[in-house]
Design a protein around this ligand. Sequence first.
Ligand code: 13P
Length: 373
Amino acid sequence: MNSLVRDMMTAGAVTVEASTLVGRAGPRRENERMHPRDLPHVARAIVAPGKGILAADESSGTIEKRFRSIEVESTEEHRRAYRELLLTTDGAGEFISGVILFDETIRQRAADGVPFPEVLDRQGIIPGIKVDKGTTAMPGFPGEKITEGLDGLRGRLNEYRDLGARFTKWRAVIAIGDDIPTRTCVDANAEALARFAALSQEGGLVPIVEPEVLMDGTHTIQRCHDVTADTLGAVFAALRSHRVRLDGTLLKPNMVLSGKDCPEQAGVQQVAEATIRCLRDSVPASVPGIVFLSGGQTDEAATAHLDAMNRLGPQPWQLSFSYGRALQAPALKAWKGEAANGPAAQRAFLHRARLNGAARFGRYSQEMETLGP
Ligand code: 13P
């Protein structure tokens, strides 16, 4: 039994079958269905100390963009090979508790025929799945977006659970501009997030609720703080109204940052303090963990910010990561689409995972960067 499962089984009074907690590929028998009371156990395992999430759920369009940056064509085999490299990295389970997969990826297999959810299971990593269908322009609200994917979601959740997923993610996007975000956009996205979370819990899956306030723009850190606080307020009001269990839910927010094009850029300490202040005012203590997105920050900045927040002392929730770009950028660069570069890419990924694992304890330092993988 891996330590992750052992932690979960000793974490609460409810005894649960290990195999019902960590992902398992293949058809689910009815008596294996996770009872909603198990959701808090899974949620706590995902934010176990020293560990965080790898977001490897890039949609077809996004992965194509990432591959273009290394001049690799986005074929199904390239996508599979790249994801296999990440998921099979030896030792990843020490720093990675969960991986968010994309619809195509959860159905794929490693070269030796083992389905990806089972590959993760063997690493002691919990498989998760992105279930939204992306964002679209909100009619009548120029510059604002709404996330799609609620229609038919109940059925898709059951299928994903059969494929081995134990948690889900839905991303809403809030842009900052002259007259945006509007109340209507924030509330519509909060409502969709809450409906997604309620459906996930009904299906025995821990929802990761992701309202991302974008860093694009010239706005100040104060404006990012205010918009983030307002968004989180709307999200938690909607979650409560939809009777979502907060102890079986994780929040994936942006950090409170200066806009990317703001002439005055807040430093690491200021970002950490503003983010914690905002979250303490907005996030109920019953939420087991906050797993930040990196959202276009450099990999080093994302790690430094998380580290600085964890140095501010104990908070009501675990402060962890759910990084896409900030965990994958060096690995992608090392890989370049060549199988021969696989080991170097895995070393780069593991190094980034280890540094973020250290940031979970507030034990990261700049010198650790230069030690290399
Ligand atoms: P980034 O860390 O690259 O923002 O990706 C996280 C994610 O899952 C966005 O939905």
